[in-house]
Design a protein around this ligand. Sequence first.
Ligand SMILES: Nc1ncnc2c1ncn2[C@@H]1O[C@H](COP(=O)(O)OP(=O)(O)OP(=O)(O)O)[C@@H](O)[C@H]1O
Length: 116
Amino acid sequence: MKEAINGIITLFREEKNAKIHAFCTIAVIWSGNLLNFSSVDWLWISLAIAGVWTSELFNSALERIVDLASPEVNPLAKKAKDFAAGAVLVMAIWAIAVFFLVAIPNLWIILNFGKI
Ligand SMILES: Nc1ncnc2c1ncn2[C@@H]1O[C@H](COP(=O)(O)OP(=O)(O)OP(=O)(O)O)[C@@H](O)[C@H]1O
């Protein structure tokens, strides 16, 4: 547990993307409260948030392993890092899609009928 928390703290210290994910996470939770997300909405949103953070942690772990195994420039090292970065991108696109799929109907209801 201590090591796991240490890993998350290191992610914040060393990866600029962690700060972007943190900002987006706070913005999404704030929007969800404003738009009165339901339990099912929060289920999807929390899955998307956890997915992005998990993929970023795995991506950062893989970057360190590649740097250990191949500190010099190598086309295979590039491929491995680019695959891992692609996984984060796929997860981030899915998370954005989930947010809009959940937020738009809630926003529509609020705009047409007032508070849910
Ligand atoms: N050893 C290497 N050999 C060849 N290309 C590399 C190597 N290390 C990194 N690269 C290339 O540089 C890119 C950035 O690598 P770096 O280790 O700096 O990750 P990063 O900038 O922290 O990426 P991310 O934004 O995904 O966290 C990689 O995606 C890869 O294309």
